[in-house]
Write a protein that binds this ligand. Structure first.
Ligand SMILES: *Cc1c(COP(=O)(O)O)cnc(C)c1O
Length: 384
């Protein structure tokens, strides 16, 4: 049986079967050297020259990520999700136009609004879950990149990747998808027509809230991909070897963690939807989610571990609920094995499209009854 015929769950658990040849170690060593011996004939036959462009431990994790995304061009690891996302913008030139979603990761939206205009690049924010609106907003010949985030923070808006890919490609634009929330366990954007997929590997890919990392994977090794490769090689935003090792360790259990977290999230979404103190639950797995059918068609193995609730009684009740939890951790970020709760408008600040009665829940692997009971008690306490 060829290694490549195995299920991704098998391949990721075994880090693609890599065995250290020198020691026969099951776990690859961490390569820390920043420099490498040049051969007497003046070549670098190992392929390694210096630590900024490349690192063997980083390569191991990148090979696993390229496998998980089925990415022909491969995957590149960066020092954060933001560094990975920003690297994808290296495909643009002054005068280009970008379309991005209104509902998306706030720090990247902020970067696009402030930095793209300084580079002579125009950006418009559209309702990315409405392909007709995207088709109207696209500027054929000028729009060079459409950015999608699905499910999108923090309302879990679902974007039809295949539909937007069609619009992008007809206009001569590339499609990049931030698939952090879904992870490759639930979604493979390249298979649906995206040109690039990006993740904050900080989140569910690593899964243990102890690494900051980002990845971009590409559908084709072409001139655009080479601009991203060059941006990392020269820009120096490569992930460190210790972080790459930790990420690899985390990814071995991705399929187990993501399955358990999605099952917990689905159970909590259904129960919270019937809760007296909850006005609305936002979760793509609920049949009343406006894009449930698209989510069901383009995602697999469920709908992920992120949901939001809108608390009856407004912002004060939402903040009081977050203040009253004991099992959930009151913290930002997502995707770890421990459940987190956050009053999202507080961290996004002024101008956020996030309603102020919204609590964002990142569901972990704890026992679902403990998670529900804690939220139920906090919701009741908050509303007096
Ligand atoms: C966290 C996050 C990012 C940014 O990743 P960092 O590792 O924090 O830089 C980008 N997109 C989404 C959807 C995220 O959740």
């Amino acid at each position: 049986m060829n290694e490549s015929d195995l299920h991704p769950a098998t391949r990721v658990a075994q880090a693609m079967g890599r065995i250290d040849q020198a020691t026969r170690a099951v776990i690859a060593p961490i390569h820390v050297s920043t420099t490498f011996i040049r051969d007497p004939d003046n070549q670098y036959s190992s392929g390694f020259v210096y630590g900024r462009p490349d690192n063997a431990t980083v390569r191991e994790a990148e090979a696993v990520l390229a496998m998980l995304e089925a990415a022909p061009a491969g995957a590149l690891l960066f020092g954060s999700g933001m560094a990975a996302a920003i690297a994808a913008f290296a495909v643009l030139n002054a005068g280009d136009h970008v379309l991005a979603p209104r509902i998306m990761y706030w720090a990247l939206r902020h970067w696009m609004m402030t930095e793209l205009p300084r580079r002579g690049i125009a950006v418009d924010f559209v309702a990315m879950d409405d392909p007709a609106a995207v088709a109207t907003a696209v500027l054929p010949g000028r729009t060079r990149l459409i950015w999608v985030e699905t499910p999108g923070n923090p309302l879990w808006t679902i974007t039809d990747i295949a539909a937007i890919a069609g619009i992008a490609h007809a206009a001569g634009a590339r499609l990049a998808v931030d698939a952090t929330v879904a992870s490759p366990y639930h979604l493979q954007p390249l298979a649906l027509g995206a040109d690039f997929v990006m993740h904050a590997a900080t989140k569910i890919l690593n899964g243990h809230s102890d690494v900051v990392a980002g990845v971009v994977a590409g559908a084709r090794d072409d001139a655009d991909w080479q601009r991203i490769v060059t941006a990392r090689r020269l820009g120096g935003a490569i992930l460190g070897p210790f972080e790459a090792f930790l990420l690899m360790r985390g990814m071995r259990t991705l399929f187990l963690r993501a399955a358990a977290q999605a099952a917990n999230a689905a159970a909590l979404a259904a129960r919270l939807a019937a809760h007296d103190h909850v006005a609305h639950v936002l979760y793509p797995g609920l049949p009343d989610h406006p894009s449930h059918a698209i989510a069901a068609a383009q995602m697999r193995n469920g709908f992920g571990s992120m949901l939001s609730i809108r608390v009856r009684g407004g912002a004060a009740h939402a903040i009081a609920t977050a203040a009253a939890v004991r099992v959930w951790h009151r913290a930002t970020s997502l995707g770890g094995v421990e459940s987190l709760i956050e009053h999202r408008a507080s961290i996004e600040g002024e101008g956020t499209p996030c309603p102020d009665d919204l609590l964002r829940l990142s569901v972990g692997i704890e026992h679902v009854e403990d998670l529900y009971a804690d939220l139920d008690r906090a919701l009741r306490a908050a509303s007096g």
